[in-house]
Ligand binder design. Sequence first.
Ligand SMILES: Cc1cc2nc3c(=O)[nH]c(=O)nc-3n(C[C@H](O)[C@H](O)[C@H](O)COP(=O)(O)OP(=O)(O)OC[C@H]3O[C@@H](n4cnc5c(N)ncnc54)[C@H](O)[C@@H]3O)c2cc1C
Length: 430
Amino acid sequence: MNIPLSSYPRIVIIGGGFGGVSLAKKLSKQEVQVVLIDKNNYHTFQPLLYQVSTGGLEPDSIAYPLRKVLIGYDNFYFRLAEVEHIDAASKKLNTSIGDITYDYLVVATGSETNFFGNAEIEKHAVAMKSIPQSLNLRSLILENFEQALLTDVYHERDALMNFVIVGGGPTGVELAGALAEIKKGILPKDYPDLDTRRAQINLVQGGDCLLPGFSPQASKKAEDFLEKLGVQVWKGVRVTGYNGKTVSTLTDLKFDSAAVVWAAGVKGAGIKGLDGEGVIAGGNRVNVNEFNQVIGHPEIFAIGDIACMATEDNPRGHPMVAQPAIQQGKLLGENLVRLIDNKPLKPFVYNDKGSMATIGRNKAVCDIKKFRFQGVFAWFVWMFVHLFFLIGFRNRMVVFINWVYNYIRFDREARLIIRPYNRDYSQFKD
Ligand SMILES: Cc1cc2nc3c(=O)[nH]c(=O)nc-3n(C[C@H](O)[C@H](O)[C@H](O)COP(=O)(O)OP(=O)(O)OC[C@H]3O[C@@H](n4cnc5c(N)ncnc54)[C@H](O)[C@@H]3O)c2cc1C
């Protein structure tokens, strides 16, 4: 990897997401050598992926170069590589560009889409966990309408304009709201020769409420907002399969659809080699103690989505959202220095700042500590918080200008098929 040996201890961080970046920043002035490894050369702001998928933002505005994060930091190295294996016994990583040894290792690899072992759904549905996947979805949405124009067979056309989003968490809710706004404001203008009123957005939720984990008021209001926007919300319906044409469920309900988005779950993005008794928790996360130390490996730490720190308040680990990752990264920065200085470590205590989701223009729900509010004010709070946590001044400015422009013009101009998705449409032709 061509990284010089140093008299300082070497800390290798796998993953430049919310956790990895906040840790790197915290270590910037310490007497350590830091190697940050990521399979992408950018940090992704995942909360706004759905806006890329629906043409509201360009992908570049929610990505930030990891090398730029490290500018000005001494003893910091970035390597673009995928870590394939952890050899804990010899404190070594095998990566796509070679091996590297470490004194301390921090696994901050986040999570990946969980298809719960259903290979058929994994093959045919699209996920929205990365920028390339969001661009695939954007192309698929637009290509489906281009195809719908080419047929005068009703049921074929309806299937091409029928969107099924599986999963009623924040991702599913936000995507459904954005698609409903496109249907109302953009499709009739873009496709005057197509009866876009027949387009359908179905949000299918296995549980009995949307936004589980939010307050009942937020959940109810989100559903009201979606129904007002014309989204069909199906609760208590478990999707069991999708063969590329028809979505089947545990009930009699079936949907013919050319675009199924799977937003029904995530699991830890684990790395081979990090195993052993008691290491892997439910959802493929890694069990850690209150200092984010991996059980049985005192020199290996895990933070963010991949880490499962069972506490009294969160017996199955903290929620897989940005705040635990950011807060754990910051504390681990302090703790690694304390560990090197032989000082006692500080335990992690999660400061739950609340949850929020936007459903569309002037519509959001916020549960912040004791305060629960919905509607226009919640929408402004949602926008402010997302701008605040975006990395980079340019990104904040670009996103802000886009939002103002979209708001005034009722528009989403990034509806471009830059990377064609090239779906096989033969199933939709009689
Ligand atoms: C669509 C969507 C919407 C979301 N909305 C919200 C929201 O509104 N609010 C909120 O708080 N949270 C939201 N989340 C969740 C939030 O983004 C995650 O909880 C957060 O990103 C976790 O941070 P992390 O540092 O653990 O991992 P990530 O931010 O996922 O970073 C992991 C990094 O590790 C890298 N990596 C993974 N494996 C390897 C490997 N083997 N080798 C090298 N590099 C590797 C990846 O490239 C990535 O850069 C959303 C997530 C999604 C997908």
